[in-house]
Design a protein around this ligand. Structure first.
Ligand SMILES: NC(=O)c1ccc[n+]([C@@H]2O[C@H](COP(=O)([O-])OP(=O)(O)OC[C@H]3O[C@@H](n4cnc5c(N)ncnc54)[C@H](O)[C@@H]3O)[C@@H](O)[C@H]2O)c1
Length: 253
């Protein structure tokens, strides 16, 4: 491995690390020699709800007791509604529940803020560190709601990608730029905006979305690992405040 991609001994907190992509972020960190620590409401190395500031403080204390420092924070946890497989009740704008709005904002933005504040505060004391915020291609484009249309449902009742997803992911880019300058020059802060991952969605949906992506397919779940190592390592040492979009070219069309 080229030396600037080396993460040997670096302590990396990965929120939402028990989820689909979080596991791959951890694999990427470990493959470069780093030590990933998952923080997830469902368990993982440390069970914690990132919307609860005192829970994040406790995680920080525990990590410092065990490892003495924190080098990397990956803000990856979010409510991630799967519109395409109909697994979650969906809300159109006209009757969007305020509780869902608050919950999505709390996990996706307030949780990321708590982690930047607390783990970032520790990195500032160390005068070094890296923060990576996991956004989405929907941080740079609007959802194409035609993708989620289902036969036999009235237009006014068609499922849609919820507004909160776009707001959270676009908000994370603002959070990225804010902390990139606030914590400069000691901590670098960037965002990664992945396109959708193929995970047994209905074939009709896969065909539809492929037709909107220049590379003609969704991502496979390991295709962001290289970017995670790049953004968390010295390979990106002159990069901060940026949003790396990896979406098979979808947003350039
Ligand atoms: N899967 C995709 O196609 C895709 C595409 C683009 C961006 N993303 C983004 O990547 C990230 C990971 O997505 P994923 O597909 O792995 O989702 P996922 O739902 O599999 O994982 C999210 C994890 O976050 C955890 N979590 C939720 N609320 C939490 C809280 N309050 N405190 C701590 N942990 C909490 C969940 O328990 C879960 O393990 C998300 O930010 C998502 O928006 C995913």
């Amino acid at each position: 491995m080229l030396p600037y991609f080396d993460l040997t001994g670096r302590i990396a907190i990965v929120t939402g690390g028990a989820g689909l992509l979080g596991k791959h972020h951890c694999k990427a960190i470990a493959s470069a020699g780093g030590i990933p620590i998952t923080v997830d409401i469902q368990g993982g190395d440390m069970q914690a709800d990132i919307t609860d500031r005192s829970a994040v403080e406790r995680v920080c204390e525990d990590v410092l007791n065990q490892h003495g420092r924190i080098d990397i924070l990956i803000n990856n946890a979010a409510n991630n509604p799967k519109v395409e497989d109909g697994s979650k009740a969906l809300s159109r704008v006209e009757n969007f529940p305020i509780d869902q709005w608050n919950d999505d904002m709390n996990v996706g933005l307030l949780g990321a803020f708590h982690c930047c504040q607390i783990f970032g505060g520790q990195m500032m004391q160390q005068k070094s560190g890296v923060i990576l915020n996991i956004a989405s291609d929907l941080s740079v484009i609007a959802p194409d709601q035609r993708l989620y249309k289902q036969d036999g449902i009235k237009d006014a009742e068609q499922p849609v990608k919820p507004i909160t997803y776009s707001v959270v992911k676009t908000g994370l880019i603002g959070l990225t730029r804010y902390f990139a300058t606030y914590y400069a020059p000691h901590i670098r802060v960037n965002a990664l905006s992945p396109g959708g991952i193929e995970a047994s969605q209905p074939k009709a949906f896969l065909d539809q979305i492929a037709s909107r992506i220049p590379l003609e397919r969704m991502a496979n779940e390991s295709e962001y690992e290289g970017a995670v190592v790049f953004l968390c390592s010295d390979a990106s040492s002159y990069m901060t405040g940026q949003n790396l979009v990896i979406d098979g070219g979808r947003s350039c069309w």
